[in-house]
Design a protein around this ligand. Structure first.
Ligand code: PEP
Ligand code: MN
Length: 352
């Protein structure tokens, strides 16, 4: 932490700060410039925060120099991490495609969507059994029955399952079926839920809050990490802006920014950002080009009948193009498509 003193600050102001920092168990190093004095603090930053240094006489500014998120920060962990989900890597060497229906509706619909996902090159299956819906009248998901469907479809297709948990009380139940727990944008600062998934022993995909800064997003990840779970994947899914032509505004800059600040993998959700089928493939290309470690997309065999987010679901006719993107784009970035078994890389992709 660094304190910048105002030009008019006197020696007694500086002495008062040095003494106060000492009583909090820290050390203060005073450096006098031509017009200003700067005091560098070493010690417990949380203790310093409680001192109200900003309110002391002669203080112009107080700045944190180290990041407030220690465990997920890249400062002490320069190598970018790879998170494994049921054997499938998500990390800097690969591009991982996660696909499936927005919501689990029926066994048949989920199986068909999983087969679509696989045909496009996906190696992880997404699908919500618990849906955080804006309207209390909208379909809320099948709950545990949906989790059982996901487990059956995993058995049938071999695809590990990513599924959302919306309530801290459900974490153990969802974790008993899921290969990766998803925390959605509406729960991105539900700290009790973040702590609960941190203790669940399963990898977590943390969506960015639709109104969260990148720092707030990383602080949310820190809640999970603090409970001993560093298997966290960050997911940029679009933020709220003044623009109404798209469901959310995809913040592509967030990918390289978050990757520079944190060692955690960062993926993009082009379905929930664009909110429109015609935008999903262009945004998928953008995601891979900007260096995302993966992409998570909605697919549905009959989007016109979907109980959730039909307008943004890719249909069968889009799969060949998605498969082509997955085959051609990652190598341009020096990456391969992520598979559970690297030797099988490319086998799942449709040929031209
Ligand atoms: C989802 O992926 O199904 C979902 C609800 O996403 P988000 O939390 O990003 O809206
Ligand atoms: Mn959705």
């Amino acid at each position: 932490m660094v304190i910048v003193m105002a030009p008019e600050a006197g020696q007694q102001d500086i002495d008062a700060i040095v003494e106060l920092v000492g009583t909090a168990g820290g050390n203060a190093f005073v450096s006098r410039g031509v017009s200003r004095t700067i005091i560098g603090l070493v010690g417990d930053i949380e203790q310093f925060s409680a001192l109200n240094l900003r309110g002391m006489p002669g203080v112009a500014d107080v700045m944190r120099v180290s990041t407030p998120y220690k465990l997920v920060s890249r400062d002490n962990h320069p190598d970018r991490s790879t998170v494994r989900v049921g054997g499938v890597p998500i990390g800097p060497d690969t591009v991982t495609l996660i696909a499936g229906p927005c919501a689990v509706e029926t066994p048949q619909q989920t199986l068909e969507a999983a087969e679509m996902a696989k045909a496009a090159g996906a190696t992880l299956l997404r699908g919500g059994a618990y849906k955080p819906r804006t309207s209390p009248y909208a379909f809320q998901g099948l709950g545990e029955a949906g989790l059982r469907i996901l487990a059956d479809v995993r058995e049938a297709t071999g695809l590990p399952v990513v599924t959302e948990v919306v309530d801290a009380h459900d974490v153990d139940l969802v974790a008993s079926y899921a290969d990766m727990l998803q925390v959605g944008t509406r729960n991105a600062q539900n700290f009790a839920l973040l702590q609960a998934v941190g203790g669940a022993g399963k990898p977590v995909m943390l969506k960015r809050g639709m109104n969260a800064t990148i720092e707030e997003w990383l602080m949310a990840a820190e809640y999970i990490a603090q409970r001993g779970n560093l298997d966290i994947v960050l997911c940029e899914r679009g933020i709220r802006t003044f623009e109404t032509a798209t469901r959310n505004t995809l913040d592509v800059s967030a990918v390289p920014v978050a990757q520079r600040l944190s060692h955690l993998p960062v993926i993009i959700d082009p379905s929930h950002s664009g909110g429109r089928r015609d935008l999903v493939l262009p945004l998928t290309r953008a995601a891979i080009a900007v260096g995302a470690d993966g992409v998570i997309v909605d697919v549905h065999p009959h989007p016109e009948q979907a109980l959730c987010d039909g307008p943004q679901a890719l249909v069968n006719g889009d799969l060949r193009e998605l498969a082509r993107i997955m085959r051609q784009f990652p190598p341009l970035l020096g990456r391969t498509v992520a598979t559970a078994n690297p030797a099988a890389s490319g086998d799942l992709l449709m040929s031209n």
